[in-house]
Design a protein around this ligand. Sequence first.
Ligand SMILES: Cc1cc2nc3c(=O)[nH]c(=O)nc-3n(C[C@H](O)[C@H](O)[C@H](O)COP(=O)(O)O)c2cc1C
Length: 339
Amino acid sequence: MAKLFTPLRIRDLEIRNRVFMAPMCQYSAIEGVPNSWHQVHLASRAVGGVGLVIVEATGVSPEGRISDHCLGLYNQQQEEAFKPIVEIVKRNGAKIAVQLAHSGRKGVGSFDVVAPSSIPFDSSYKMPKTLSKKEIEEVVESYFKAAKRALNAGFDVVEIHMAHGYLLHQFLSPYSNKRTDDFGSSLINRMRLPLMVAKVIRDFWPQNLPVFVRLSATDWIGKEGWDLEEVVLFVKELKNIGVDFIDVSSGGNVADVKIPIGPNYQVFFAEEIRKKAEILTGAVGLITESIQAEKILVEGKADAILLGRVLLRDPYWAINAAQQLGNEKIFPKQYERAY
Ligand SMILES: Cc1cc2nc3c(=O)[nH]c(=O)nc-3n(C[C@H](O)[C@H](O)[C@H](O)COP(=O)(O)O)c2cc1C
């Protein structure tokens, strides 16, 4: 059997295979509330055979959304609207995660933005307000409340978004965090808020269910930014807290930086973090072929494969990949006559 189609058990959650749908903003929500678009979009990938569906960046507060049309999980209406979506994804055999996020200085909606320091992402973005210590506590609280709503809505997994230059990444990186208090300068201080968020969620989330973190493994500007050496130290702290899985991406915190994009371009980071921090990792980024995905797993570079754009092009990628890799029949029985 292909490794890609062996189950992955994390705590007591058995994920049927190692093809995960990467979180992808749909910019289709009104007031943060998911609707029939999200339902069809996410359920299609469950029908298409993926093991874990990860819902797009979902704001923990109104200003934590990226845009006015991003999802949120900060009120009852949103919580209720997620329930049938979670249910239909699960009924089709996949597990489901929500990516809890705060955009910080990268928010582009009709709201004011906040950040560790008052430095805009670039000249086209809003000037963020520096978060006070009290407001930092409120950010932690909003993650906690969103995680409670996620559990009520039936999610199996919470993924905390600490990548792509959003708020928690802004705190981690010396490029965007110029604070001189307990939340800036040294690595210990820059990690403080992201670790507080991880801890409050891990302490609350059921012991039998996993917590994931999505990280950018580098800012692609060397020591001036967030880079692999510090990332490994940070992941060891996340592991101590009980985070189970690192979804390894890169970039997003420095505008106009050159990134050597190509097939597998971020796999190296997933491999390094997996080996050095001894934690489960997911590889993402221009992984498009079944054999390519299988090889990453067989070579021990990651424990799961996350697919983004290729899954937008083909919701049945996993069914087809299973056939290509070993004639495994993972299609829904309703589709039997097609195979
Ligand atoms: C339309 C779109 C929306 C995205 N939204 C998110 C998001 O909400 N959260 C996130 O962490 N990454 C987001 N990403 C990044 C993807 O999860 C993924 O890491 C990236 O597309 C690289 O994988 P790929 O080459 O398989 O597409 C988005 C990407 C796309 C194309």
